[in-house]
Write a protein that binds this ligand. Structure first.
Ligand code: SF4
Length: 103
């Protein structure tokens, strides 16, 4: 099982998206290092909870592994580029709603 360090106490209210992740059966494949992360993040492409997963990693400043289709390096870079964002969950959910409304 993927070692997220996430417990029921930290689960998102309104449902646990973690049970719907595409990595459910092979979570350890997301915790590789270096160039292997580029291949590993392909697992996330069809994942139905990619937005929630990425938001969790960004909001909690999770440093290790692939989350939401982004490598450690990509998330670090994003956090450095957007220091004004304090709630990634809110931002990404709004972006998803805007995207859905625009189609
Ligand atoms: S986005 Fe990737 S790491 Fe996150 S739950 Fe989905 S498959 Fe797993």
């Amino acid at each position: 099982m993927r070692s997220t360090g996430i417990t029921a106490a930290t689960a998102t209210p309104g449902g646990d998206w973690r049970t719907r992740g595409a990595c459910q059966r092979e979570p350890d494949r997301l915790f590789v290092t270096g160039a292997a992360q580029r291949a590993a993040k392909l697992i996330c492409v069809p994942c139905p909870v990619r937005t929630q997963c990425l938001a969790e990693a960004l909001d909690r400043r999770i440093e290790f592994g692939v989350w939401g289709g982004m490598t450690e390096r990509e998330r670090r870079s994003l956090l450095l580029r957007r220091p004004e964002v304090h709630n990634w969950t809110e931002l990404l959910e709004q972006a998803a709603r805007d995207h859905e409304g625009g189609c």
